[in-house]
Design a protein around this ligand. Structure first.
Ligand code: PHE
Length: 358
């Protein structure tokens, strides 16, 4: 049997040598556990004579107390050291610069279309859409555009290889007016009141023309819809869009194959040198084309022109955006320059609304 003093020294050395809480637990089990060295010694006490048993028993109890005490102390200091190490490891450097938080911007074209939809939406128009790759019938023929019309020439229009379902050649739509035809042919009976914003394509590329640009189309068909409704709607639109309550608006006679009579709409402005101000000022700027739908167009869409009539209008989105937001160069819309977008773009949280403002 080991001398208690010797056992004590050996066990305390083991406690001291434990460098983690796990090691310490192992030391505890090997000393004080069921099969631990101290426990074994205590089990052997019965073999001693009473005098010895008393002396050795007392000594072993003291060893046990001392080892338990040492384990508690060691445990506290190891736990403290582990906590310190963790705090060190998980330290947050509050002086690091924050991660950049970049919010995307809404492109002025998207924003302008949203504003237009808001205004016409409040007047009861719904949004209609049509394909970018159209066929000759919807883009030209149904709109009463004759075969010899200059717009149908190869150098003005992008033709696409192949033909549509009905054997007509395919084109990239040159205006949003084919959506009128689709809206009228899809609906069995008027009334119809739709707007159709979207991309359009023409074989043009210079400082003021882009081969891809945007238009918004409007179409109203009903029994008694007349020129007065057309004028009222567009005057109201121009004033709401430009935010000028008394904006002068004039209707100038014009020509489109698909409307009769036709007009172009100008808004009042003042031009002084390079400065342009929308509002009163004696000068005029053309912003859209419109007219009463030609009876032939209604008939091409299966609508009885002795019962129904209506109006249509079409307007360039880029031009409207340039005027409203003072964007001087058309080409910058498509350059995807982030600096430009940060300057002219809109925060996504500021959605346009006729109530809160456009
Ligand atoms: N589609 C015509 C254009 O692109 C605009 C327009 C639409 C004119 C509807 C009258 C009626 O120029």
């Amino acid at each position: 049997m080991d001398e208690p003093e010797e056992l004590k020294r050996s066990l305390l050395a083991e406690v001291d040598g434990a460098n983690t809480l796990d090691d310490l637990e192992q030391v505890r089990v090997s000393a004080l556990g069921k099969k631990g060295r101290l426990t074994q010694q205590m089990k052997q006490l019965g073999q001693l004579d009473p005098e010895e048993r008393k002396r050795v028993g007392q000594a072993l109890n003291e060893v046990k107390d001392a080892v338990q005490q040492a384990i508690e102390t060691r445990k506290a200091s190891l736990a403290e050291a582990e906590m310190q190490a963790r705090l060190e490891r998980e330290r947050v450097d509050v002086t690091l610069p924050a991660r950049p938080f970049d919010m995307g911007r809404i492109h002025p074209i998207s924003r302008t279309i949203e504003e237009m939809i808001q205004i016409f939406g409040a007047m009861g128009f719904r949004v209609a859409e049509g394909p970018h790759v159209e066929d000759d019938f919807h883009n030209f023929t149904a709109l009463n555009i004759p075969p010899e019309h200059p717009a149908r020439q190869e150098h003005d229009t992008f033709y696409v290889e192949g033909t549509g379902d009905d054997g007509h050649r395919k084109v990239l739509r040159t205006h949003t007016s084919p959506v009128q035809i689709r809206a009228m042919r899809q609906l069995e009976e008027p009334p119809i009141r739709v707007i159709a914003p979207g991309r359009t394509f023409r074989s043009d590329d210079d400082a003021t023309h882009s081969p891809m640009f945007h238009q918004i189309e409007g179409l109203v068909v009903d029994r008694t819809t007349h020129m007065g409704h057309l004028k009222g709607t567009l005057i109201e639109f121009c004033r709401a869009f430009f935010g000028v309550d008394d904006l002068p608006v004039q209707f100038r006679p014009s020509y489109f194959p698909f409307t009769e009579p036709s007009a172009e709409v100008d808004i009042g402005c003042s031009k002084q040198g390079n400065e342009l101000k929308i509002g009163k000022g004696g000068d005029w700027l053309e912003i859209l084309g419109c007219g009463m739908i030609h009876p032939k167009v209604l008939e091409n869409c299966g609508i009885d022109s002795s019962q129904y009539q209506g109006y249509a209008f079409g307007m360039g989105v880029e031009r409207a955006a340039m005027l409203k937001y003072g964007i001087p160069d058309l080409r910058t819309f498509y350059e995807s320059d982030l600096r430009w977008l940060r300057h002219y773009g809109f925060l996504p949280i500021e959605t346009p609304s006729p109530v809160k403002g456009l």
